[in-house]
Design a protein around this ligand. Structure first.
Ligand code: PAF
Length: 285
């Protein structure tokens, strides 16, 4: 596995792959890799001859400097996992490579980035879109893989790629879960034992929502069932339930038909060390 620390290193790796006639799959990450990331790598490996993973804790997507500092950095373990998974090259740029002095261009989906989670994390999806555009331009991959868990992020990246005629195809990969159903996330390690046990309530609420949808419940009834389940868990503080049309993220009501996304978020832990967890389900009605 090639370790590329500069843009010129990764471009040279890409050239060598292309000279061998290889197709390339890109897996952008911020490190602290877990089974969810490895599912992205597995999907990339299945579809492409070579896989490039990136590890970059992108400062422009963090509103709060403390969250950026607290973000787990586990480079050695990450590289071991990627190597064992058969990744061809890893790109680990420094902040100064990605955002050299004088950089001023941003990429933003003007609607999708500024609704739902985008309202509570202003600038977050702009930071994501900007860095993902740069990674797409640097790696020039055929395919790129993102988790469905951050449902809004996936729709934002799909829209950006469509609007900017990006030649890399964007693929969503289903959420990987712990055996008790909790969606894998780098944040789970910050939960204490009691909150970790309580956090399964998110998946329980989504599973019930899926059942309710299958038995013909309206969007309002589905939302009420989710709310009842999460608020019955004393360790969870419900932040949001958003039930939206897939792709556009437009709110739905009644009995809409088509494919909907249910996005939920809740906080766990003490006020001075809150852990925000998100989970999601896509359902075709
Ligand atoms: O989902 C993530 O880990 C990040 O938002 C991404 C897509 C790697 C951009 O920094």
């Amino acid at each position: 596995m090639q370790i590329c620390r500069s843009i010129s290193d990764v471009r040279a790796a890409v050239r060598a792959m292309r000279q061998k006639g290889q197709t390339i799959g890109l897996v952008p990450t911020m490190g602290a890799l877990h089974a969810g990331h490895m599912a992205l790598v597995a999907a990339a490996k299945a579809d492409n001859d070579a896989v490039i993973a990136t590890i970059f804790v992108n400062p422009t997507q963090f509103g709060n400097p403390e969250d950026l500092l607290k973000y787990p950095r586990t480079e050695e373990a990450d590289l071991a996992l990627l190597e064992a998974a058969g990744v061809s090259a890893v790109f680990l740029p420094g902040v100064e490579d990605m955002y050299p002095d004088g950089a001023e261009t941003i990429v933003e989906t003007t609607k999708l980035a500024n609704m739902l989670h985008g309202l509570v994390r202003p600038g977050h999806y702009r930071g994501v879109c900007t860095v993902v555009t740069k990674l797409f331009n640097i790696a020039t991959a055929d395919n790129a893989y993102f988790g469905e868990k951050d449902y809004q992020q996936l729709q934002v990246i799909r829209r950006m790629a469509m609007d900017l005629n990006v030649p890399t195809a964007v693929h969503g990969v289903p959420t990987v879960r712990e055996t008790d159903g909790l969606a894998m996330s780098s944040r789970n390690v910050r939960l204490n034992a009691a909150d970790r046990a309580a956090a399964v309530v998110l998946n329980a609420a989504l599973t019930q929502a899926e059942r309710a949808a299958a038995s013909g419940a309206s969007i309002e009834q589905i939302a009420a069932e989710i709310r009842a389940i999460i608020t019955a868990e004393p360790r969870a503080r419900l932040v949001a339930i958003d039930i939206v049309q897939a792709l556009t993220l437009a709110p739905v009501s009644g009995h809409p038909g088509g494919t909907i996304g249910i996005m939920i978020s809740a906080e766990f832990g003490p006020a001075d060390n809150t852990v925000l967890l998100i989970d999601q389900r896509e359902i075709t009605l």
